[in-house]
Design a binder for this molecule. Structure first.
Ligand code: SF4
Length: 244
């Protein structure tokens, strides 16, 4: 099945399916063009575990910003060893990083929101776009309880980032953090060690900090911009349904 043939009725039906059914369907209908693009947070790790059980062969992909915490790199090694898979790593373009750093310095993301977004564009969004161009079915670990900006996230939707049509699926969109925690404990799913240090959302080192119990799960992202009214804690990849 090519994405151009996918109708709204198909998407509506996908919205009623279980994670297991969605993984199996993606492999049957889209083969090597189905993949999870993950930053190995808890929901992504649960999805990888489910995929290895129900649909081994769905690609496991990540954007390596070259700024990730050492705990995330260690987790990637652990996942590869545990499941016998090779994670596809999409890196930023060296020339774009060189230009950015020469113009604004290595730590430009502290200066202004615009410079932080520029860094995210170079290190995350562009490699993410490149990864998506190789997919027809894009699995993500988005959940509605992760932030106020994700409460309306559908399980399945048609999106077209950079005019590339995709079926974007968040199989665990209606799971709670407790559901995820319970599954991880029951199935001994590999977990990022930073969660034991107070982190509730994990991205690049420096740009992610631990959160307090009364804070939004993504409040630790770019914490120095928390005073801004329009700070939405998204880096651009999931904004507007088109675009970690
Ligand atoms: S999270 Fe920080 S280091 Fe990572 S890409 Fe965005 S601004 Fe750059």
């Amino acid at each position: 099945m090519v994405v151009a043939d996918v109708t709204e009725a198909t998407v509506a039906e996908l919205n009623t399916k279980s994670p297991e059914e969605l993984f199996r369907w993606s492999l049957e209908a889209h083969g090597g063009h189905a993949g999870i693009l993950t930053s190995f947070q808890d929901t992504g790790c649960v999805m990888i575990d489910l995929m290895q059980k129900y649909a081994p062969g769905v690609r496991v992909m990540t954007v390596d910003t070259l700024r990730l915490p050492k705990e995330t790199y260690a987790l990637m090694d652990k996942i590869e060893a545990r499941y016998g898979i090779e994670i596809e790593r999409f890196l930023p373009q060296p020339a774009k990083i060189k230009k950015m750093v020469n113009q604004h310095g290595e730590y430009l993301f502290f200066d202004t929101k615009a410079k932080q977004e520029y860094c995210c564009q170079v290190r995350k969004v562009e490699p993410n776009s490149r990864a998506l161009k190789s997919l027809e079915v894009w699995f993500t670990g988005l959940r509605r309880d992760q932030s106020e900006f994700r409460v309306d996230t559908p399980k399945a939707q048609l999106v077209a980032p950079d005019s590339h049509k995709l079926i974007k699926i968040a199989p665990l969109v209606d799971w709670t953090q407790k559901d995820v925690d319970d599954y991880m404990a029951e199935h001994d799913v590999p977990k990022n060690a930073l969660y034991d240090q107070g982190y509730t959302s994990i991205g690049c080192a420096i740009c992610t900090t631990p959160t307090l119990p009364n804070e939004d799960r993504r409040a630790g992202r770019w914490r120095w911009f928390n005073y801004l009214d329009d700070d939405n804690k998204e880096c651009g990849i999931h904004v507007g349904g088109s675009g970690i």
